[in-house]
Design a protein around this ligand. Structure first.
Ligand code: HEC
Ligand code: HEC
Length: 258
């Protein structure tokens, strides 16, 4: 028995070495260790979509990169933000991905720049070229190509039509609060506490909790619930049905805001 097992183990390990040897340098093996899988194997991998979503939120935090001091060259001089925030994809294209036709049409974040929603369903390779090209020109030096591939996968397969779930004017979410509560109290509770106040995102005097963000900016909250928070150990729930995420958001809007 043990000798058979031993043989199988040996066979498997020889197989694994053979597979590793076939993988060209710079490409990761299919069964990559859990450390930091950056290279893409299958564009339908849900982790790739989720990681792409976190890169869209803040690629500098997600990749632990230095923050540029200057404005992004495509950021308009009429915009109100300066320096590092102008490099986040979401700053120009919005939490709802709809740019100047979405929530960032007006207000502090308005840039007049179009959204990325129309690239949904396009081939990731095509979207990758858009990230590299034009006014934009993200080079591989600042944003590694492997990260650009993940961004392209997210934009192709991960974008949510937020107007279906969040009322733009009232910010009220079309979700089942009761179901969302069941999820929050089993999934989110371990880090954020029952009332969502275990972690304060801002300072003590002007605290921000899960409840605060979900009321103030439900679009941001939905993005983070589905894809996770860049650079920290928050979970992503992109493996779940979108309505499961929306229900959690609806519940979070009932949590204390201060
Ligand atoms: C400083 C502003 C700015 C930032 C930051 C920014 N973009 Fe853009 N993006 C633009 C502009 C401007 C265009 C061109 C829009 C046009 O054609 O008028 C564009 C176009 C695009 C398009 C093509 C959309 C279409 O329908 O043609 C994609 C895809 C895109 N950006 C992805 C990204 C990604 C991914 C990031 C983050 C890594 C990002 N952008 C960050 C300004 C920005
Ligand atoms: C494993 C721990 C963990 C779990 C589980 C978790 N989070 Fe988080 N979450 C974090 C951390 C850490 C942050 C970042 C805190 C910071 O930046 O100060 C965060 C940030 C957030 C933010 C955004 C804060 C901001 O900067 O705008 C929201 C909203 C949020 N979490 C909601 C949730 C919800 C809802 C769930 C359940 C679906 C959840 N989190 C599950 C750890 C977790």
């Amino acid at each position: 028995m043990s000798s058979i097992n031993h043989k199988i183990c040996k066979l498997l390990s020889v197989g694994a070495v053979a597979v590793l040897a076939l993988v060209p340098p710079g490409k990761a093996a299919a069964d990559e260790p859990s450390g930091d899988p950056m290279h893409v194997h299958d564009a339908d991998d849900v982790w790739a979509i989720a990681r792409g979503g976190r890169l869209y939120d803040n690629w500098m935090e997600e990749l632990l990169r230095d923050q540029p001091r200057k404005n992004h060259p495509a950021y308009p001089s009429t915009g109100k933000k300066r320096g590092y925030p102008t490099w986040r994809c979401k700053e120009c294209h919005g939490w709802d991905y709809k740019g100047n036709k979405g929530v960032y049409k007006l207000g502090d974040h308005a840039t007049g720049i179009k959204g990325v929603f129309d690239v949904r369903g396009k081939k990731p390779e095509e979207i990758h070229q858009m990230i590299l090209g034009g006014t934009h020109g993200f080079s591989g030096a600042e944003l590694p190509h492997a990260a650009q591939e993940l961004l392209a996968i997210f934009l192709s397969k991960g974008q949510i039509d937020m107007d279906k779930y969040i009322d733009r004017k009232t910010r009220i979410v079309r979700g089942d609060i009761k179901k969302g509560g069941q999820s929050f109290q089993t999934v989110c509770v371990s880090c954020h506490g029952f009332d969502g106040k275990e972690i304060n995102f801002k300072s003590g005097r002007f605290p921000e909790y899960v409840g605060t963000i979900c009321r103030k900016n439900p679009w941001e909250a939905l993005h983070k619930i589905r894809f996770g928070q860049p650079g920290v150990g928050m979970i992503a729930l992109a493996n779940q049905d979108i309505q499961y995420n929306v229900d959690i958001l609806a519940y979070c809007q009932t949590l204390p805001v201060k």
